[in-house]
Design a protein around this ligand. Structure first.
Ligand code: NAG
Ligand code: NAG
Ligand code: NAG
Length: 122
């Protein structure tokens, strides 16, 4: 019994610590865009990296992509546009420190900003 309580307390402490680490904001989603150097149908191609810099996994990552257009197809399981919002990796969870890359082609490039996500604690 005492052992069980100890184990429970340990889990609780661990959770509190983890939750502290999970104190992330939208600033913990980093979006970097670089010119790939290629052109597709006369439009510059851009490589985008979306990185989760939170200590915890995040899912349902949404980007603001108002007016977003591309002449290069993007796999909808990586980025799908619904109105002015784009959903990353179909809402699946992106592990801590993990990143997702995709490319699009349009000139000028778009300013993609993180809109929201669900942060996974314990
Ligand atoms: C852009 O992405 C493509 C495909 O992943 C890759 O081959 C290329 O090296 C990248 N270019 C830059 C400048 O990051
Ligand atoms: C995205 O997830 C939904 C529901 O979970 C599923 O129905 C759909 O097939 C998925 N789409 C892709 C492209 O993986
Ligand atoms: C995405 O691209 C960046 C920069 O090129 C690279 O460091 C990272 O490993 C790539 N991530 C994936 C999941 O391919």
């Amino acid at each position: 019994m005492a052992g069980l309580i100890k184990a429970f307390a340990a889990t609780l402490v661990l959770c509190l610590v983890t939750r502290g680490l999970c104190d992330c904001s939208l600033n913990n989603i980093n979006i970097g865009t670089v010119r790939s150097g290629k052109e597709i149908s006369g439009q510059a191609e851009w490589n985008v990296t979306v990185a989760n810099n939170c200590q915890c996994a995040q899912s349902q990552i949404q980007l603001s992509c108002m007016g977003f257009q591309t002449v290069e197809n993007i796999d909808p399981s990586i980025l799908s546009k619904q109105g002015d919002t784009c959903l990353l990796i179909n809402g699946s969870s992106l592990e801590a420190s993990a990143s997702v890359n995709f490319s699009y082609a349009w000139d000028p490039p778009f300013l993609l900003l993180p809109l929201g996500s669900v942060i996974h604690g314990c």
